[in-house]
Design a protein around this ligand. Structure first.
Ligand code: C2O
Ligand code: CU
Length: 489
């Protein structure tokens, strides 16, 4: 196991403050949802509108152990407000920038129209004092998130993210008794409870595993205690919003089933090992709270030697629900599930990932100029895709007609794990070491590649436009691990 996964020393507060944060889950569940639906001129399709202001704020991430932490957040809070919309319903979000630097919002995992994607390929960042209205709808239901796509290595670090939930238009057959949302973040805080800023964007973080922290939060709170009813079947929506930390999550002795990954439904599968979530990834779980049993159940981050409490589920004393005997019913399929990969005729693309500390990369091309690694590092680059350290401005990784199946054969030749993310498309893991796998992986938008691994990710390029493909460890993305592809209508 790599080091970034195994150490989460709590330097801020040696002892865990078990102050009951009964309010936390309740607050999140009841957090102001979108403004009431408005009818468009055409009457038929509904639209939900609201404003999100990116601005500095204060957050109690350390449970009052320190002064409040100065963060940057949507509406000054971390996470930003939970956005909730129905499948195919239009969302109109006006981003107001009250930061001192440009910013943007990317709607991670949404198969969005290209010009609303928030990536630098399609949108100049919103200048301080300016605003931009994003308008889009999601063809798929599921658990998504939104975050800055400008200077992510700084802006995401400081808290510019939130959860975006798209509710099914077809009622799921499974009737959940309740829902919990867990946006799990990893902070590097000083003893004063403030975000350590000196290493933001440092070559040390960029060329190694990225910025990992010493303090975790769930919904902006350290170790929240979430009230749950005995006998309840919960739908838990988990998001790894960390810069770089790969989370191996444990669920005490609770019965839990994975029912969706990165928003896309999967056949319910009972968890019998930690659930791995790389930065950017999500999972929906069905979790059964026993009718009788413990006073608290720990959702933990497995650190190898120990388990760090991310949150506790606290059964309340109110009368128990009857509980369930059967496994949860699958979620209704999304439109994504109707995609058929035509692997026999797929367009093959090779993507060699190189660079970083302990890597063998000697040189790469930056701005059209081949340069040795030492010079690259002075230019703030440490990685390359196919030898290009600034591939986001060079030629596209591929350029295909809409409808083409594309298999991206990714070879991680670095000494580090990476979380590969595609914009506007979900893919399946179809080949390992060039050989087709018996059962392709779930449809996902982010895929973890361990060192040395070679996996093909295959997608149907059906969403016209220019799209990013990058590592979701934001320091890696900023220092060379970013490319793009074009889908022609
Ligand atoms: Cu969640 Cu390009 O990112
Ligand atoms: Cu990476």
């Amino acid at each position: 196991m790599d080091k970034s996964r195994t150490s989460l020393p709590s330097e801020v507060a040696p002892r865990i403050n078990r102050r009951e944060l009964i309010t936390s889950a309740a607050t999140l569940l009841a957090s102001p949802m979108l403004a009431s639906p408005m009818h468009t001129a055409h009457g038929a399709s509904r639209r939900r509108a609201r404003q999100l202001t990116a601005r500095p704020g204060l957050a109690d991430i350390t449970n009052n152990k320190t002064p409040e932490t100065r963060i940057w957040g949507y509406d000054g809070q971390v996470p930003g407000p939970v956005l909730r919309v129905k499948q195919d319903e239009e969302l109109a979000i006006t981003l107001v920038n009250e930061l001192e630097q440009p910013t943007s919002i990317h709607w991670h995992g949404i198969r969005i129209t290209n010009n609303m994607d928030g990536s630098p390929l399609v949108q100049p960042a919103v200048e301080p004092g300016d605003a931009f209205e994003y308008r889009f709808s999601s063809p798929d239901a599921g658990t998504y998130w939104y975050h800055t796509h400008t200077r992510g290595f700084e802006q995401l670090t400081r808290g510019l993210y939130g959860v975006l939930i798209v509710d099914e238009t077809t009622q799921p057959a499974e009737k959940f008794d309740d829902e919990i949302i867990l946006a799990i973040d990893d902070w590097l805080l000083g003893k004063d409870g403030q975000i350590e800023t000196e290493s933001i964007g440092s070559m040390m973080n960029m060329s190694h595993g990225g910025r990992t922290g010493n303090w975790a939060s769930v919904n902006g709170i350290n170790k929240p205690s979430m009230p749950v009813q005995r006998g309840a079947r919960l739908r838990a929506r988990l998001v790894n919003t960390s810069n770089a930390r790969i989370l191996d999550l444990t669920f005490d002795d609770l019965k839990a089933w994975v029912i969706a990954l990165d928003g896309q439904p999967v056949a319910p599968a009972q968890l019998d090992a930690p659930l791995t979530l790389a930065p950017g990834q999500r999972a929906d779980l069905a979790i059964d709270i026993p009718v009788s049993g413990e006073d608290a159940y720990v959702i933990g981050i497995d650190l190898g030697q120990s388990t760090y409490t991310a949150a506790t589920l606290q059964p309340t004393s109110s009368p128990a629900l009857p509980g369930r005997d059967s496994a949860p019913a699958p979620l209704p399929p999304n439109t994504q599930q109707s995609h058929r990969l035509d692997l026999a005729r797929s367009h093959h693309v090779e993507l060699i990932m190189e660079g970083g500390a302990m890597g063998s990369m000697r040189e790469a091309t930056l701005g059209g100029v081949a340069m040795p690694i030492r010079k690259l590092v002075r230019e703030g680059k440490a990685w390359a895709f196919n030898g290009l350290a600034d591939s986001d401005i060079q030629a596209p990784l591929f350029d295909v007609k809409q409808g083409t199946t594309v298999s991206i054969d990714i070879h991680n030749l670095t000494a580090w794990p990476h979380a590969m993310h595609t914009h506007g498309h979900h893919f399946r893991h179809t080949h390992t070491d060039g050989v087709e796998v018996a059962v392709p992986g779930a449809w996902r938008d982010t895929h973890l590649m361990e060192r040395g691994e070679r996996h093909s990710l295959s997608l149907v390029a059906d969403n016209p436009g220019d799209w990013l493909v990058h590592c979701h460890m934001v320091d890696h993305a900023a220092s060379g691990m970013s490319g793009w592809f074009r889908v022609r209508p």
